[in-house]
Design a protein around this ligand. Structure first.
Ligand SMILES: [Zn+2]
Ligand SMILES: [Zn+2]
Length: 408
């Protein structure tokens, strides 16, 4: 299989996938709403796992459940020999209360499927059903990766550690994941060659001075002006140290210090995030941040401790696979529904761990609600976000098309 090959399946069959996905839509919607009503966070998602198992019940799949997480790995062996490919859908929800107004809104206080992962699960389950009907045409094996803990919990890394990439008995040759997007037109597919999502590292800078009376700062060591100087200096560091053609975002999202107006506190803290699109820039910013903060701390007589917690790496699409995916989407969904994104997005994704090991594609499926301008629709992670369920057949069809194309 050459990744540069354009899809050579007959048009009728590719176009037929969309109709087959449409025929599964009532089951897709039912599963999506069931999961949406019962959202779970993190790595342990027993209710979601049970819903996945129920949806896959009776299909000719080899099922493995995660040990460290509530993952489900399903293996479909095609009628002919060939390589293995992986399709991934993440399963977890977010810590926020739902205010979408949907009739199937979350029944769990403080937890909401605000990132569309409920739709990913439903689309992947329907794609499994669709591909089972095509099992005789598959020259190879499909691994379905139902993954908990995408929202900061490194769920993909847990599943890789437990062997998901070798679940077919051999290493998968290609991998693909879809992500629903509230601010893209419904049913359209978007991806790009190369970096598509950013790395995301957290930092916490602790600035320690010496507390005292607010009226006599010369008798104290005030950490507040030191911390304030760091906020500006970090932005200057980004513009002076990082090549302007290498994107980097550094945001201080939280500052804490003090208790009241007339006390100089002993400690101030800065918390924030670092986003980049290359491991080189990521390493540079991670090396420079402590230097800047420590030097400013020294100038103010404060002690500084800068801690950087590594998050997800850059999500990098295989260039030829992602280009071929756009061609495939054009055949399945129509040329007007397949778009190469001009720019990456600075969010992060733990499918990056899979794409570090296996060439493949991460792509977005637009699901902006009808009669809503995608530019102003409530975004992913909003308590008010709503998604157009009519976008799901496009996702089901693209999951299936990716496997059928790779295993023809
Ligand atoms: Zn998310
Ligand atoms: Zn997500």
């Amino acid at each position: 299989m050459e990744p540069t090959e354009l899809p050579a399946l007959p048009d009728a069959r590719l176009a037929g996938l969309r109709a087959e996905a449409e025929a599964l839509q009532s089951a897709t919607v039912e599963l999506r709403r069931e999961i949406h009503r019962n959202p779970e966070q993190g790595l342990r998602l027993p209710v979601t796992q049970a819903a996945v198992l129920k949806a896959l019940d009776g299909l000719p799949l080899e099922l493995t459940l995660g040990k460290s997480t509530s993952s489900v790995t399903a293996v479909l062996r095609g009628g002919k020999p060939g390589p293995a490919v992986l399709l991934r859908g993440d399963m977890d929800a977010l810590p926020l209360g739902e205010e979408s107004g949907e009739e199937f809104a979350s029944e769990v206080d403080g937890t909401m499927h605000a990132c569309g992962h409920d739709m990913h699960v439903a689309m992947l389950a329907s794609a499994a059903r669709l591909l089972c009907a095509h099992v005789d045409e598959l020259a190879g094996t499909v691994v379905f990766m139902f993954q908990p803990g995408e929202e900061g919990h490194h769920g993909a890394r847990h599943m890789i550690h437990e062997g998901v990439l070798d679940a077919a008995g051999e290493r998968v040759q290609r991998a693909m994941a879809l992500h629903i997007h509230a601010n893209m037109p419904s049913g359209h597919v978007f991806t790009r060659p190369g970096p598509i999502m950013a790395s995301a590292d957290k930092f916490l800078v602790t600035v320690t001075g010496q507390g005292g009376h607010a009226s006599a700062p010369h008798n104290a060591i005030d950490p507040v002006p030191a911390a304030a100087a760091m906020v500006g200096a970090l932005q200057t560091m980004i513009t002076r140290r990082v090549n302007v053609f290498e994107p980097a975002v550094l945001t201080v999202g939280r500052i804490t210090a003090g208790t009241t107006d007339n006390i100089i506190p002993e400690v101030a803290e800065l918390q924030g995030t670092i986003r980049t699109l290359s491991e080189k820039t990521r390493a540079l910013v991670r090396a420079e941040l402590p230097k800047v903060c420590e030097a400013i701390g020294t100038a103010h007589g404060c002690k500084v401790y800068a801690d950087i917690e590594p998050g997800y790496p850059v999500t990098v699409n295989n260039a030829s696979n992602a280009s071929a995916f756009v061609g495939l989407a054009a055949e399945v969904l129509g040329a007007d529904r397949a778009t190469v994104m001009p720019d990456p997005v600075m969010g992060a994704e733990d499918f990056s761990y899979v794409l570090q090991r296996v060439p493949g594609t991460f792509a977005f499926v637009g699901a902006c609600p009808p009669d809503t301008d995608p530019l102003v629709a409530a975004p992913n992670h909003s308590n008010r976000v709503r998604y157009d369920e009519a976008a799901m057949p496009a996702g089901v069809a693209m999951y299936a098309a990716f496997a059928l194309d790779a295993l023809r």
